[in-house]
Write a protein that binds this ligand. Structure first.
Ligand SMILES: N[C@@H](CCC(=O)N[C@@H](CS)C(=O)NCC(=O)O)C(=O)O
Length: 215
């Protein structure tokens, strides 16, 4: 099967290592599936051809011999179905994986983005400092719930799945934020996820694409 993953040909330094094709690379590494990169040059994400594949002009986008799709979460579910190591074992596990993917992307990621993005995309603007306390409180609540669930568990489910890839890449944006230090169970879970070979392979691959050292 030929798998193609579309990502940008270039991103600013601050984004290197954090572009969401990382999730896809990680899942493919865990699955042991090879892929080709389609690197989008200047203007290409806005062209009709790419918008027909990814309507928002974002990355990643994915194509294999059967389907093409966009949205990193949807792509991860597709990859999981293609790979023995990641495929759900029964209907309940499939449902749990889907639920935790949505939880990561819908219940956790927006709160973390609201805390972290202003400092990155609006650095120096007057309102940024004032937005932090309430944003941090909401992240704190989510991490408290997540820590409660993860207590006594290595992974979100009984084994590592694409839901962990999604959750870990979401949580990773909190590295360096004081709030994660207040949730040691979540911090330990994140560390466990990021220690996997699949993550290291994915990160090294993305940094190589964007011309940065993989150190
Ligand atoms: N919900 C999308 C978000 C994708 C996304 O935010 N991609 C960023 C790169 S990490 C992007 O393409 N940004 C450029 C833009 O939004 O125009 C997904 O998970 O695939």
């Amino acid at each position: 099967m030929t798998i193609t993953v579309a990502t940008f040909a270039w991103v600013p330094e601050v984004a290197r290592g954090y572009v969401k094709d990382l999730r896809v690379r990680w899942a493919l590494a865990e699955a042991g599936l090879d892929f080709e990169l389609q690197l989008l040059g200047e203007g290409e994400p806005d062209g009709d051809a790419y918008r027909g594949w990814q309507p928002f002009g974002q990355v990643p986008a994915y194509r294999d011999d059967e389907v093409q799709l966009f949205e990193s979460g949807a792509i991860l579910l597709r990859i999981a179905r293609q790979a023995d190591a990641l495929a759900p074992r029964d209907a309940q596990e499939a449902a749990d994986i889907e639920a935790w993917m949505f939880a990561a992307l819908n219940s956790v990621e927006p709160k973390i983005d609201a805390l972290v993005h202003p400092g990155i995309f609006h650095a120096g603007e007057d309102w940024v400092a004032g937005s932090r306390p309430s944003a941090e409180r909401l992240v704190d609540l989510r991490l408290k719930s997540l820590g409660r669930w993860l207590k006594g568990r290595d992974w979100l489910l009984t084994r590592f799945t694409v839901a962990d890839i999604c959750m870990a890449t979401v949580l990773r944006s909190l590295e360096g934020e004081p709030v994660i230090g207040r949730h040691p169970v979540v911090a330990a879970y994140l560390e466990r996820c990021l220690a996997r070979d699949g993550f290291r392979t994915a990160l090294a691959g993305q940094l190589e694409t964007f011309g940065a050292d993989a150190a």
